[in-house]
Write a protein that binds this ligand. Structure first.
Ligand code: 13P
Length: 252
């Protein structure tokens, strides 16, 4: 089955309001008309509305990088999925390794966040991936199995249609050490197989699975040509329009 490619820049806690708006506009201006590749940017919370305005009328999708699992309440410093949607987001990233490992977010919490986003019809990029020690201990598949089983628990196949999975091996994030195409393809095939076991072959065939971890212009094409790699979640290289657009256009 042919799936559209989805390239998303994760700006993490970088940019100023001005540089964010300029970057978003430059990305929008650099897209090739008529391309089937979808393009998004996950931006710092305070810049969401400015970036949404900057790319209004262009195909660039704007997303949040995290959300709380409650609709509202006394949760100082948090942002709900509904607020992201209200601000103009068309997706939210949940379960990034920096949230899992830097902020101690576990599978059950992430499952609640995912359900909260889907409850307000906000599509999700749900991140999974193993640590270096886990890969070296040949635990990669066990870790992915656990993250998917618990993370996607209780979702219907209909809800899964609004979820993209991002496979980001933690050892490849921000390290310049990209997974080989074989390593990435094997993990993606495992993820698709696991999703097929839970939600059925049809849902799995439609699922977009992005690769993330040191994606750059010079390695993107080889990754994107793998049969189960449907896009990229890009950190460092998404902070400059030229390097991000080179990845967006890597697939032709
Ligand atoms: P880098 O592309 O900087 O390795 O970051 C990947 C990432 O964390 C995207 O979410």
């Amino acid at each position: 089955m042919s799936r559209p490619k989805l390239i998303v820049g994760n700006w993490k806690m970088f940019t100023t309001r001005q540089s964010a708006v300029e970057l978003a506009k430059a990305v929008a201006a650099g897209l090739k008309p008529g391309s089937t590749t979808r393009v998004g940017v996950a931006v710092p919370g305070p810049w969401i509305t400015s970036v949404v305005e900057a790319v209004a009328g262009t195909p660039v999708e704007v997303g949040g990088q995290n959300c709380h699992f409650e609709k509202e309440g006394a949760f100082t410093g948090e942002t709900s999925a509904g607020m992201l949607k209200d601000a103009g987001c068309s997706f939210v990233v949940i379960g990034h390794s920096e949230r899992r490992h830097g902020f101690g977010e576990g599978d059950e919490l992430l499952n609640k966040k995912l359900k909260a986003a889907l409850a307000v019809d906000l599509p999700v990029i749900f991140c999974v991936g193993e640590l270096l020690a886990e890969r070296e201990a040949t635990q990669t598949e066990a870790v992915l199995d656990r993250q998917l089983t618990h993370g996607l628990a209780g979702l219907t196949a209909e809800q899964l249609a609004r979820v993209v999975i991002a496979y980001e091996p933690v050892w490849a994030i921000g390290t310049g050490k990209v997974a080989t195409t074989e390593q990435a393809q094997a993990a993606h095939a495992f993820i698709r197989g696991k999703v097929a076991a839970i939600f059925g072959e049809n849902a799995a065939a439609k699922l977009l699975i992005q690769y993330g971890g040191s994606v750059k212009a010079d390695n993107a094409a080889a990754l994107l040509h793998q049969p189960d790699i449907d896009g990229a979640l890009v950190g460092g290289a998404s902070l400059k329009a030229d390097s991000f657009l080179a990845i967006v256009h890597a697939d032709g």
